[in-house]
Write a protein that binds this ligand. Structure first.
Ligand SMILES: C[S@@+](CC[C@H](N)C(=O)[O-])C[C@H]1O[C@@H](n2cnc3c(N)ncnc32)[C@H](O)[C@@H]1O
Length: 245
């Protein structure tokens, strides 16, 4: 039987398309990365692996806080996003998809010397059990910030759409199978002058993917009926220690 190459997922294609403009649309993600990095307890790490590193918000905050490391592994499935990531002699860029078996394992990390961090990316996990099982097997300590299904809540309700991303409860339940974890839930809002600007933002920010379900008719209906002058976001912050030995 012929082996089919896994198709590049829609999410990754979307990031590739808008990579050049991403920094203009990542206000919330930038704030989320800032908060996530502020939770790191140490000022020196051997290896830091940033999953879904994008244009380097985590890296930039690590630099700002003067957190030192021997190696920074910046991993993303989009070449275009990786091209925007800062470079230095201790940083390696890795183009890989965290949904694919073996892509993290083959980095051959030393488990208790690797800090795993991921900001605003793991909502794209195709199978939460698979992803957290893989991640918890390569590093003992991990920090995650993950957008929840309450992101764009009123927008989804108005358009009668289901959120394409995971609920807070499902995220917590799954993470607790693989980690001893503490959680913090944060809500954010972002104001817009017009509904049109808001929809434009949704298309480019890459937070939820809900826009892919918006037909022309639904978009128009939304422009007329969305009751808020702002968009809603919800993020689950996780500080985790792997249960796997
Ligand atoms: C919303 S951005 C966040 C980027 C960065 N961490 C930040 O805080 O600004 C999500 C990133 O995850 C990447 N991504 C999405 N799905 C991925 C996957 N399956 N494997 C690796 N990277 C992925 C995207 O290419 C994108 O760069």
């Amino acid at each position: 039987m012929p082996i089919r190459k896994k198709e590049v997922s829609k999410t990754i294609r979307q990031f590739a398309r808008f990579a050049h403009e991403y920094d203009r649309y990542n206000l919330i993600q930038a704030e989320v990365a800032r908060r996530l990095v502020s939770k790191l307890s140490r000022t020196q790490y051997s290896t830091i692996l940033d999953i879904g590193c994008g244009s380097g918000e985590v890296y930039k905050n690590i630099q700002k806080r003067k957190i030192d490391f021997d190696t920074f592994l910046a991993l993303d499935a989009s070449k275009e996003m990786l091209a925007l990531h800062p470079e230095d002699s201790k940083t390696q860029k890795i183009c890989a998809d965290f949904n694919i078996m073996g892509s993290i394992q083959k980095l051959n990390l030393v488990k208790d010397r690797t800090l795993l961090i991921s900001s605003s990316a793991l909502q794209w996990s195709e199978d939460l059990n698979f992803v957290f099982s893989e991640l918890s097997s390569v590093s003992t300590k991990a920090y995650f910030a993950i957008f929840t299904a309450n992101t764009f809540k009123t927008l989804h309700q108005t358009a009668k759409l289901h959120s394409p991303i995971y609920s807070e409860n499902l995220l917590k339940e799954t993470i607790e199978k693989y980690y001893q974890a503490t959680f913090e839930l944060q809500q954010y809002t972002l104001e817009f002058k017009t509904a049109r600007e808001m929809l434009h933002y949704i298309k480019k920010s890459g937070v939820s993917g809900g826009e892919k379900q918006l037909t022309f008719k639904k978009t128009k209906q939304l422009l007329d009926t969305y009751p808020l002058g702002y968009l809603e976001f919800e993020v689950l912050f996780v500080e985790a220690t792997s249960l796997a030995d």
